[in-house]
Ligand binder design. Structure first.
Ligand SMILES: NC(=O)c1ccc[n+]([C@@H]2O[C@H](COP(=O)([O-])OP(=O)(O)OC[C@H]3O[C@@H](n4cnc5c(N)ncnc54)[C@H](OP(=O)(O)O)[C@@H]3O)[C@@H](O)[C@H]2O)c1
Length: 287
């Protein structure tokens, strides 16, 4: 039976690297390498983790997570590949390297590491917005998309996510296009929610204090809608005039938003909702 993981290397000094270190540093032997360690913001509630000044400490770990900006992953993977290629490693040992980006697969962004014998790669993408200095346990119940090139990496990635209290979800397939499409859609959901709330508050409010009040109020509305959205097919959980088929209200909305900066946004959302409902009308509407 495979040994459970007991050690971890992390490369990066930003939000995700710090959140992983704060959640895992008490249980695993941890090496962390941050380019500018003075920027590392660990949770005050988590373990003390100091940054190794060079890559060698991290490279010696059997499982390594690269949590740096998307555009830098390939370059960091190249530096790690040189380090792993130069360092003596035990016969038959496997080093697994995962990145945390949602946009690409491990095979693409970590390609230089696939040239090194005994290395498997992949990615674990937490589908959450990570704050600075996230507290230990931050990833509890967070969905994680996992994909890997090999069996050992798959097992270690899954175990790492379980240790974080996260919930693994698989993509329909492991192609580059599917991973990128998943990330684009996740971005659409998160960016769309923030943009809708912000644009709605901006359009209605007459001053800063109303803007803040309606950002909070519309934000709370978005939370209740998001809870509904995660509960069932959109056409079954949708509330509002599209769900009820209230034609007069829909016409009124078109009139009062016509000519305003949100007109096109409102029309796009309406089209998406009508299309969703047309695919099978719900039994009764909502409040
Ligand atoms: N934040 C989120 O909510 C979230 C959620 C899921 C996945 N992710 C993914 O996780 C990864 C990290 O995101 P993040 O939010 O932690 O980013 P971040 O807070 O902006 O931190 C990025 C880190 O990358 C380091 N870095 C950049 N280029 C580097 C290089 N060439 N060599 C060494 N270090 C380098 C930066 O170092 P300096 O401080 O020295 O510039 C910084 O520590 C990204 O792939 C992102 O897509 C983020």
């Amino acid at each position: 039976m495979a040994e459970p993981i007991h050690e971890l290397g992390i490369i990066g000094g930003g939000r995700v690297a710090a959140a992983l270190a704060s959640s895992l540093g008490a249980d695993l032997e941890l090496s962390l390498h941050a380019r500018r360690p003075e920027r590392l913001k660990l949770s005050p509630q988590g373990p003390t983790v100091s940054s190794d000044p060079d890559l060698a400490g991290v490279a010696a770990r059997g499982l390594i997570v690269i949590a740096v900006s998307d555009d830098s992953i390939h370059g960091v993977a190249g530096a790690l590949a040189r380090e792993l290629g130069a360092a003596p490693r035990a016969e038959g040992s496997v080093t697994c390297v995962l990145h945390t980006s949602g946009a690409t697969t491990g095979a693409r962004s970590l390609a230089p590491l696939l040239e090194v014998p005994g290395v498997e790669v992949g990615s674990i993408h937490p589908l959450v917005a990570v704050p600075p200095a996230a507290v230990p346990g931050f990833f509890t119940h967070a969905p994680f998309v996992i994909e890997t090139t090999g069996e050992v990496a798959a097992r270690r990635a899954r175990e790492l996510v379980e240790r974080l209290g996260g919930e693994p979800i698989g993509l329909p397939d492991s192609s580059e296009q599917t991973k990128a499409r998943y990330h684009a859609l996740a971005t659409m959901v998160a960016t769309g929610t923030v943009s809708l709330v912000d644009r709605a508050a901006e359009t209605l409010a007459a001053d800063d204090s109303q803007r803040a009040a309606f950002r909070e109020a519309f934000g709370r509305l978005a939370m209740t809608a998001a809870v509904n959205a995660s509960d069932g097919p959109g056409r079954d959980v949708l509330t509002g005039p599209v769900a009820r088929g209230d034609a007069a209200t829909l016409e009124l909305h078109d009139r009062v938003l016509g000519g305003l900066s949100v007109e096109a946004l409102h029309a796009a959302v309406r089209r998406a909702a009508l299309d969703m409902v047309d695919r099978g009308r719900p039994e009764g509407g909502g409040a």
